[in-house]
Design a protein around this ligand. Sequence first.
Ligand SMILES: Nc1ncnc2c1ncn2[C@@H]1O[C@H](COP(=O)(O)OP(=O)(O)OP(=O)(O)O)[C@@H](O)[C@H]1O
Length: 247
Amino acid sequence: MSERAHELVTFDNVGLRYGTEPEVLRDLSFTLFPGSFYFLTGASGAGKTSLLKMLYLAQRPSRGAIRMFGKDLITLPREQMPQLRRKLGVVFQDFRLISHLTAFDNVALPLRVAGVREAELTDPVTEMLEWVGLGHRIEAVPTTMSGGEQQRVAIARAVIGRPQLLIADEPTGNVDPEMAQRLLQLFERMNSLGTTVIVATHDMNLLRSMPDSLIMRLQKGNLLDPTGALRYPPQIGRRALDEGIGK
Ligand SMILES: Nc1ncnc2c1ncn2[C@@H]1O[C@H](COP(=O)(O)OP(=O)(O)OP(=O)(O)O)[C@@H](O)[C@H]1O
């Protein structure tokens, strides 16, 4: 088996600019290895959301190459994109729930799209909403929910289909520390079932609570990788946490 078969996503010298502005991301080279857990950190404006947008196929890079699930994204025909998107679960910073659908129907959506029969939806969707602490809000629509409740529906929707890659942009931004830990446990559980996870966060407590995760640190559009852990296959127990991070 070639070495590339062990890569889920690889960015090779990727740059991104919006319009004619200077690049907001420069020379990004990293690999996401299957089954790993990544935190993406960096100050506000460092480029976290922009990087994630390229990962969830909402933004093409201005230069460089991206391989994902064995496909070259630059040359991939547009009609093959939906097939790739179905392997992804995304928690957006602004949730993007469908406002006229109940919490149940929002979470059921990926399963319905995947053709799961109605009789087989109820248990997993209800269980997932209970797990995120919304068992009592199953029939609520997003407009009647708090920010934290909407965020939890968005997370439940992103993980219900067991994606190969879960991409979450500040998924604990609107919840209290106890719920943040609970949501992190959900991501860990997904990860232990084989999902590769990448979570953008400012929350250093989250990072500290998962010492075996890999840290992707952005600084003004550059990715710091002092140990090379973001380019080479992870070894057991290896941490990319360099000394300055998490303090
Ligand atoms: N659609 C856009 N058009 C033009 N510039 C943009 C656009 N989106 C982001 N930018 C710029 O790109 C840079 C990186 O923004 P990005 O949102 O990726 O950062 P971030 O690290 O996610 O920030 P935050 O933590 O505040 O969400 C910023 O300078 C921002 O102003």
